[in-house]
Design a binder for this molecule. Structure first.
Ligand code: B12
Ligand code: SF4
Ligand code: SF4
Length: 321
């Protein structure tokens, strides 16, 4: 069989495997990537120079500029999306928790499934090396997802898929096999600027660019200081963990998005019904139990109490003009 045909079959079967693992969309990009990857890497440099990483020092790792530093001889990357949208809402009195964290920790879910795919690939191509990257590795995941045709980077800076909106987390399987790449996706935001106007803190400083120093997701999840700045507190609304406002308003998320019935994305009941008094009163041991196997574990018990204290439950969120 000729080489092209075998690579075509391998690529098709690899994607089929990924779909069987519950991923959708899935796509392939070749390394080192197109001109767009250079533009996105330059955008990262501008972002860092402006100080938009706030205290996330790990964003400055120089390896983030070059995917080849993550796996020697890497030639391709399989990029996968896991749709975390479920057709449910939190109860009325609950504090707000971002959807990506309602179910089981996505780092674990994606890593476990990508590992099975990597093992399958290795059985097909015994000389092939592979590496899994989910969130915490220094990789520009959205830029590679765009390159692999999963969707486009919206003005709210999230990756959006035509059929699934932006309610998906991303994972990557780098490998030394040269696979057949997909076409990058064209951007479809058009003239819309809903997300920019809806952000209560003006954190979308210009289209596609998030200033973490103003972002509620940064302050509730990543900020390790004892207090949340007063000007942010005044705009928190009920957000205790993450923020979904710039996704909630996006027209691509208002279409009928398939509700994922996968038990690993099913919401935990406490997440749907968390009151301010519970968040303040739960001891560390209770938090520890609630946060087992959850991405919300990144928010330490003292941070939950800090965030809850900062929330005025009667506050109404205002849109930026
Ligand atoms: C740091 C980080 C954060 C920071 C900074 C956010 C940010 N936008 O950078 C904080 C803590 C604020 C954060 C928040 C959230 N995050 Co986050 N985060 C990351 C992380 C670790 C790195 C992102 C990064 O590289 N930022 C650096 C800057 C330079 O990149 P950027 O803003 O994305 O800029 C790109 C584009 O804007 C584009 N660009 C720049 N200029 C231009 C111009 C044009 C014309 C175009 C088209 C594009 C473009 O190029 C840039 C480089 O790729 C990734 C995981 C990873 N390893 O990639 C997850 C990740 C981006 N986060 C994710 C999620 C789910 C979230 C939240 C939705 C969680 C929540 N609900 O609270 C929010 C969303 C907030 C928002 N509007 O972005 C998902 C996004 C999935 C998706 N569908 O896109 C990721 C991919 C994690 C994962 N593995 O699934 N996050
Ligand atoms: S996550 Fe919230 S605070 Fe951050 S950019 Fe989006 S709307 Fe603004
Ligand atoms: S709200 Fe509009 S501008 Fe923002 S990401 Fe969605 S389509 Fe793009």
């Amino acid at each position: 069989m000729d080489q092209n045909r075998t690579q075509k079959e391998l690529t098709a079967n690899l994607k089929k495997k990924a779909i069987e693992e519950g991923f959708n969309p899935v796509g392939i990009a070749n390394i080192p990537g197109s001109e767009k990857i250079h533009l996105r890497t330059a955008a990262l440099q501008r972002w860092l120079k402006a100080g938009f990483q706030a205290d996330m020092k790990w964003m400055e790792a120089s390896r983030r500029n070059n995917i080849e530093t993550l796996l020697e001889g890497a030639k391709s990357v399989l990029v996968v999306g896991l749709n975390y949208y479920v057709n449910r809402e939190q109860s009325k009195g609950s504090l707000s928790i971002a959807r990506y964290a309602w179910g089981r920790d996505y780092h674990r879910v994606l890593t476990k499934r990508l590992k099975r795919i990597g093992q399958w690939l290795q059985a097909e191509r015994p000389n092939c090396k592979w590496k899994i990257c989910v969130d915490s590795q220094p990789l520009l995941e959205k830029a590679w997802a765009e390159e692999a045709g999963l969707g486009w980077i919206g003005k709210n800076s999230n990756l959006i898929n035509k059929n699934q909106g932006s309610w998906m987390v991303l994972g990557n399987l780098l490998c030394t096999e040269l696979l057949i790449a997909d076409e990058p996706t064209k951007p479809l935001c058009g003239k819309c600027e809903e997300c920019i106007h809806a952000c209560p803190t003006n954190a979308i400083s210009e289209p596609f660019v998030i200033d973490s120093r103003s972002c509620l997701a940064y302050h509730t999840i990543e900020n390790r200081s004892q207090f949340i700045p007063k000007e942010i507190q005044a705009k928190m609304g009920k957000w205790i963990a993450g923020c979904d406002i710039c996704q909630d308003v996006c027209p691509w998320n208002k279409k009928k998005i398939p509700s994922n019935e996968d038990p690993e994305v099913a919401p935990r009941e406490w997440v749907m019904n968390l009151t301010k008094s519970q968040a303040l009163e739960w001891e560390d041991t209770i938090w520890d139990e609630k946060l087992q196997g959850s991405a919300l574990r990144r928010i330490k018990p003292w941070m939950w109490r800090r965030n809850a204290k900062a929330i005025d439950i009667n506050q109404k969120l205002e849109r930026n003009k």
